[in-house]
Design a protein around this ligand. Structure first.
Ligand code: ACO
Length: 325
């Protein structure tokens, strides 16, 4: 059976130049490097410069992905930007990225699923490519979380950072088998009953302000391991793969302890997990493509690698994608 698969042709990333270490943070709030490393695994984060917007980060990451894919921007017909920190309330950051890159056909829109945004965006692009409506997609995760943090709240400001990552997807006819290249399965979920555990306390319609991130960290932690493990298991069952057949586990980079818990529950070998959160903290929708980019640059990922991605974020939203590179 011939079917269209969304094959990943290129990956790119961008981190702002300014680095803020845990020691820098300890000068702002009552915290220590030891506490942050022990509770989260994070050592530093990157912070966007004044005037550097989410779309600037996104354009830099997307440009690198396009160059590596050897695909011209004029041949892209879908741009999806996953972000919870758009440049403006409207238009979508994706259309600013579209214009900045010189993409002139097709459609561009944002997806708002917070830390699960990249998984949601990949799922959406994959469905458009599979049906044949679009042929080449840019899928970006880009965030400037430094703009929505309460820099006096030590329980949240130590965990997040800014950054962007992108992949170029191209539809390619495959055989409909588990050996195919491209995206093999996607699963997305949400449950709005958990909004109060992780949210931003502002918005154009409610307060006419941007607001700050608020989180009940202990409760988020409790749900994360259970919900993410569940959706990964569903993805594996749908494709008939066992956890030990995964070549590379590329999770949302929220917290080292969450990743350890998931790996233990699923029986994923620690050396197969890509970890980048020590360098950039939790960059929300940008964290999976940043980790993919790291895996690519470090030659951990090669053509044929079976790659499992997963994320959970505010909402709650969560999901997983299984792809062969
Ligand atoms: N430095 C020093 N002490 C701190 C800090 C800090 N930055 N922040 C909180 N504390 C203190 C608290 O005040 C508390 O003190 P008390 O015992 O005197 O009251 C103590 O440390 C313990 O606080 P807890 O919140 O219970 O600490 P916990 O072990 O739960 O760790 C953390 C907190 C790291 C936020 C953890 O709950 C966590 O990782 N949760 C997951 C959150 C997450 O990753 N969210 C990302 C978005 S969702 C996602 O991406 C999956």
């Amino acid at each position: 059976m011939v079917i269209n698969r969304s094959v990943i042709r290129g990956v790119g990333a961008y981190l702002p130049k300014k680095v803020m270490t845990n020691h820098d943070l300890a000068k702002l709030v009552d915290t220590t490097d030891e506490w942050i490393v022990a509770r989260s695994g994070i050592r530093q984060r990157h912070i966007a410069a004044d005037g550097e917007n989410t779309s600037d980060l996104a354009i830099a990451a997307a440009h690198q992905a396009l160059v590596r894919a050897k695909i011209d921007p004029v041949d892209i017909d879908l741009v999806i930007c996953a972000t919870a920190t758009p440049d403006r309330t409207f238009p979508a950051t994706a259309v600013r990225v579209q214009a900045g890159l010189g993409v002139t056909k097709g459609a561009a829109f944002d997806i708002q699923a917070v830390c699960s945004g990249f998984v949601y965006a990949l799922t959406t692009a994959d469905n458009f490519l599979k049906t044949g409506q679009f042929r080449r997609a840019l899928v970006i995760g880009a965030e400037t979380f430094s703009r929505i943090l309460d820099w006096e709240d030590r329980s949240t400001c130590v965990l997040f950072g800014d950054g962007a990552g992108a992949v170029v997807l191209e539809a390619e006819p495959q055989h409909g088998e588990r050996e195919d290249r491209g995206i093999l399965a996607t699963r997305i979920r949400s449950d709005g009953r958990y909004e109060d555990l992780l949210y931003v306390d502002g918005g154009p319609s409610s307060t006419k302000t941007v607001g700050h991130l608020r989180m009940n960290g202990r409760e988020v932690f409790r749900h994360a391991v259970q919900k993410i493990s569940g959706v990964i298991e569903e993805t594996l069952v749908a494709t008939g793969f066992a956890a030990d057949e995964i070549d590379l586990f590329v999770p949302h980079q929220a917290n080292q302890r969450i990743l350890n818990g998931i790996a233990k529950k699923l029986g994923v070998a620690p050396e197969k997990i890509v970890i980048t959160l020590d360098n950039h903290g939790n960059t929300s929708a940008a964290s999976i493509p940043l980790a993919l980019n790291h895996a690519f640059e470090e030659h951990l990922i090669k053509e044929g690698s079976l790659v499992l991605m997963e994320a959970m974020g505010g909402g709650f939203t969560w999901g997983a994608v299984l792809a062969r590179w």
